[in-house]
Design a protein around this ligand. Structure first.
Ligand SMILES: Nc1ncnc2c1ncn2[C@@H]1O[C@H](COP(=O)(O)OP(=O)(O)O)[C@@H](O)[C@H]1O
Ligand SMILES: [Mg+2]
Length: 333
């Protein structure tokens, strides 16, 4: 198991979360959550000493999983942006990359560390990362047991010392991917804005666009929700977000939107506004940067109006997640 650990100043235990039942309607408040302070650790403050938001540490991190069986839908890009946005808001964040074959999130973070070192910029925080390898043992039960042990050992450790754990999953159905999904408090599914991607969520009549039933990925999420409920009676708040939205194809955009809105209450997800198509994402990967890192000077990626608009999309996404540690406050990026 590749295990890249980077030193992170972890904060004291301060918040325990009590989760309530999920309401799955689009736009609805998805979880009833109560934050209570741990008397051992002192009062939970949501403003960190440096003036940023932040819980001051957590007993059990909120787990955010990025998942979609389709590759190239933006999971790793979103995972990186969400992790960095939460760190910049003062929370402690760790990441798990379950896609040990592509290692996109791991490479993104390596690029970040290398770039920060090259320009000697200590403000480019790098979250702690674990990459969980698949087990190649020939006996399926043995391999799955080993993967379970690897994953849960790492997750337990990271949950105990962080406010958030962000898990990036592979673009294929696998035992590790299902395991990761089943531990999600919140599952974010980015999908390209097309009927090709929609096909993984639902079968749609080609002529009328009527919904014919849940499809592969939706059934997988249903299974993971059952596993989660049986394990700890917890629920998974599922958010589907459209990515790479084109400003040109208004008709397709409207049709995909209509199907998603109809589907949301039927298979139990909320919809997020989503991210537009922007070339900047590819450029940011090479330097390990996110939209939130960009500023007027100091980095060799200029800050443009388009980047400011894109950053606002990230902010809107994070705020609609209703993350309990934010306690109803809006994240400031
Ligand atoms: N909103 C977007 N606009 C343009 N390119 C994007 C956008 N989101 C992601 N990309 C690019 O698409 C490619 C696939 O993204 P990635 O996050 O690796 O997807 P996944 O993890 O689902 O396979 C990357 O080159 C990434 O830079
Ligand atoms: Mg990926």
């Amino acid at each position: 198991m590749a295990d890249t650990q980077k030193a992170l100043g972890q904060k004291a235990i301060a918040i325990a979360q009590v989760r309530g039942p999920m309401i799955s309607n689009s736009g609805a408040q998805a979880t009833a959550q109560v934050a209570v302070s741990n008397p051992q650790a002192g009062p939970a403050g949501n403003v960190a000493p440096d003036g940023k938001q932040g819980s001051g540490g957590a007993t059990s991190a909120h787990v955010i999983v990025l998942g979609n069986e389709k590759g190239g839908s933006g999971k790793s890009t979103m995972a990186m942006h969400i992790a960095v946005a939460l760190m910049r808001a003062g929370f402690s964040v760790a990441c798990i990359d379950l896609d040990a074959r592509q290692r996109t999130l791991a490479r993104y973070l390596d690029n970040r560390q290398a770039y920060a070192a090259a320009i000697e910029d200590a403000s480019l925080d790098v979250p702690d990362l674990r990459v969980i390898e698949r087990c190649r043992h020939g006996i399926v039960e043995v391999a799955e047991r080993e993967e379970y042990d690897r994953f849960t050992a790492n997750l337990t450790q990271l949950k105990a010392t962080n406010d958030f754990v962000v898990i990036d999953s592979p673009g294929s159905d696998s035992h590790l991917s299902r395991l990761g999904h089943s531990y999600a408090d919140i599952l974010i599914t980015p999908m390209n804005d097309s009927f090709v991607d929609l096909d993984l969520l639902t079968r749609v009549d080609p002529g009328s666009h009527e919904i014919q039933g849940p499809s592969l990925y939706a059934e997988m999420v249903w299974e993971c929700r059952k596993r989660r409920a049986m394990r700890d009676r917890g629920s998974i708040d599922w958010v589907v977000m459209r990515n790479r939205i084109s400003s040109l194809d208004a008709k397709n955009k409207r049709r995909v939107g209509e199907v998603l809105n109809k589907l949301a209450p039927r298979i139990g997800f909320r919809t997020a506004v989503g991210f537009g198509e922007r070339v900047i994402y590819r450029e940011l990967f090479l330097k390990g940067l996110t939209l939130m890192d960009l500023r007027e000077n100091g980095l060799d990626v200029p800050l443009t109006m388009s980047h400011v608009a894109a950053r606002q999309e990230v902010r809107t996404l994070i705020n609609m997640l209703n993350l309990p540690a934010l306690k109803g406050q809006e994240i400031a990026l």
